[in-house]
Write a protein that binds this ligand. Structure first.
Ligand code: IMP
Ligand code: MG
Length: 174
């Protein structure tokens, strides 16, 4: 294993977290059929696992945002690379599925854009939040776990496009 990486959550620990979130979502939405909107690219692994633990039917779409790209530091503004949805979300129950929330700039921008499309409801499901209790000014409706302040990779999350394929979660010395 890459010596810059320190394990923080095993694949099986991540699995328990995702399973719990799927249980909460299934209980809250059934019998409605929500539209899950995954935020590419980081949420692709999380969303794929999450939907397989659900006990309700859903529809799935994607949106693409980018606050780091190949850079060391996040952008001060969020780049939305793709906000066209194939599914018409007006009047639908929409759940944004995001890998990690830090300053929440990305989520706030996405919430504003999707809200403008007139959904019946709009909630957020975030696998990780950085630093417990940090005031991000946005309510996270479903939160998997909090992680420390360091940069984390694995399970879809990248550092300069690397490490997305790792099944567990690691912090990386950048
Ligand atoms: P925010 O807008 O500051 O909340 O940043 C959120 C976005 O930055 C997420 O969608 C991630 O793509 C990326 N990001 C923030 N922190 C990390 C991290 O520790 N690892 C990987 N990606 C991160
Ligand atoms: Mg992301």
């Amino acid at each position: 294993m890459d010596e810059k990486l320190k394990p923080i959550l095993t694949a099986s620990e991540v699995r328990s977290v995702v399973k719990r979130l799927a249980g909460e979502i299934s209980a809250d939405y059934g019998p409605r059929v929500p539209v899950l909107v995954g935020v590419l690219k980081g949420s692709f692994v999380f969303l794929a696992d999450l939907v397989r633990f659900l006990s309700i039917p859903v529809e799935i779409d994607f949106i693409q945002a980018n606050s780091y790209g190949m850079r060391e530091r996040p952008l001060q503004q969020v780049n939305i690379d793709k906000d066209h949805l194939g599914i018409d979300i007006s009047g639908r129950d929409v759940l944004i599925v995001e890998d990690i929330a830090d300053r929440c700039l990305t989520l706030k921008e996405l919430v504003a854009r999707l809200q403008a499309k007139g959904p019946a409801s709009l909630k957020t499901c975030v696998l990780f939040q950085k630093v417990e209790g940090s005031d991000v000014g946005l309510k996270l409706d479903y939160l998997g776990a909090t992680v420390g302040g360091g940069f984390v990779v694995g399970y879809g999350l990248d550092y300069k496009e690397r490490y997305r394929e790792l099944p567990g979660i690691y912090t990386i010395d950048t």
